[in-house]
Design a protein around this ligand. Structure first.
Ligand SMILES: Cc1cc2nc3c(=O)[nH]c(=O)nc-3n(C[C@H](O)[C@H](O)[C@H](O)COP(=O)(O)OP(=O)(O)OC[C@H]3O[C@@H](n4cnc5c(N)ncnc54)[C@H](O)[C@@H]3O)c2cc1C
Length: 327
């Protein structure tokens, strides 16, 4: 039986939800032995812990963005343990430190994976999109000499994971700010963390959001984004934007969706006043359901959407918000 490790990011509020989805997905496969390893900030509530979680490292050095420390902990862990596959969610953090771990261990690395299938004969097939979604690439791997590292696009796999009270592995945990239940040696870190500034606006990162409401040049000015923010609040969505908007300075760059922005794959993507240029579609075409609001019926986005509303967004958005607010 092949061994698979899911790396989970731990945060003060708990375990990263998209990593738990991945864990739940793999635990349902019968030809894999699945375990998990968590690292990051000490969660407030350790009692709610996935049963597959065997080892944890909570350390101040890992609390903030620190790719060198993350790479060094994961490398030292994997030098002691043996796995066939190492999996996590594709995030800014993992995209930075996974390649370093792979280089350290001379292992292959696949990013933005959409499908992972392991046959009874042990042949692995992976699917990912290429060239801004214009092509789909499939890899088949029948032999391996080191663990294969894969980062999954967020929300590609969904399997609700039931967290029970499985914390017996972590006795004496609550006494320590820095805690690990296996031996790690953290290299002296050249990166010093000076300050943490909380970003205003979106609480949930775009690449992990389940619902996104995005605005384009059709929003006309930055003040009008209040219509999107109100709708986002009503339906628990995260606000995104086209490049025309971020280039104009109406919204911050971390909200840009597309080829040169973030790749997102929410359950629902609502595009308001966005024409649907190929570079925008490249970042969101894996969304499960796409709703387009545009006053121009010939906008290219209408060819790519699940539902289209031809009309003025300034009339539609307040009505939509009102209707969705009703109990
Ligand atoms: C190398 C490269 C990389 C790029 N990367 C990205 C990227 O990552 N992300 C990205 O988004 N773009 C990217 N672009 C830019 C992209 O080509 C488009 O220029 C951009 O997406 C257009 O943004 P937009 O749809 O908001 O604006 P526009 O194309 O101007 O469209 C505005 C739309 O709003 C509609 N509209 C106007 N008023 C209303 C109203 N009242 N009600 C309803 N609809 C209305 C209009 O009909 C129109 O369709 C890139 C371009 C290049 C060359």
């Amino acid at each position: 039986m092949k061994k698979l490790l899911v790396i989970i990011e731990s945060q003060k509020s708990g375990w990263k939800a998209t990593d738990l989805d991945i864990l739940g997905f793999f635990e349902k496969q019968d030809n894999l032995e699945v375990s998990a390893f968590a690292l990051g900030e000490k969660p407030e509530e350790i009692k709610k812990t996935p049963s597959a979680l065997k080892h944890v490292v909570f350390n101040k050095e890992l609390q903030f963005y620190n790719p060198k420390a993350l790479a060094s902990v994961v490398t030292s862990y994997l030098k002691k343990k043996s796995f066939d596959f190492v999996i996590s969610t594709s995030t800014l953090k993992t995209k930075d430190y996974f390649p370093v771990v792979c280089a350290n261990l001379k292992s292959p690395y696949f990013n933005e994976i959409q499908e992972f299938k392991l046959s009874k004969e042990g042949i692995l097939s992976l699917t990912k999109s290429l060239y801004s979604g214009k092509a789909v690439c499939q890899f088949e791997i029948s032999q391996q000499s080191s663990p294969i590292f894969c980062l999954f696009q967020a929300n590609q796999v969904k399997a609700s994971y039931k967290i029970g009270e499985n914390y017996s592995n972590f006795e004496n945990y609550s006494n320590f700010e820095n805690y690990s239940n296996f031996e790690i040696s953290l290299e002296k870190n050249p990166i010093q963390h000076l300050e943490f500034k909380k970003r205003e606006g979106n609480l949930k990162d775009l690449s992990e959001a389940e619902i996104i409401v995005s605005g384009g040049r059709g929003m006309q000015n930055p003040e009008n984004f209040k219509f999107l923010e109100e709708l986002a609040k009503t339906i628990g969505a995260t606000v995104g934007a086209s490049r025309a908007v971020t280039d104009a300075g109406w919204r911050p760059y971390n909200e840009q969706v597309g080829q040169t922005g973030k790749t997102v794959s929410p359950k629902l993507y609502i595009a308001c006043g966005i024409s649907g240029a190929i570079q925008h579609l490249a970042g969101m075409q894996n969304s499960k359901c796409i709703v387009v609001i545009n006053k121009d019926s010939s906008a290219p986005f209408f060819k790519k959407c699940s539902y289209g509303l031809v009309g003025d967004l300034f009339q539609i958005l307040p009505l939509l918000n009102q209707a969705l607010k009703k109990p």
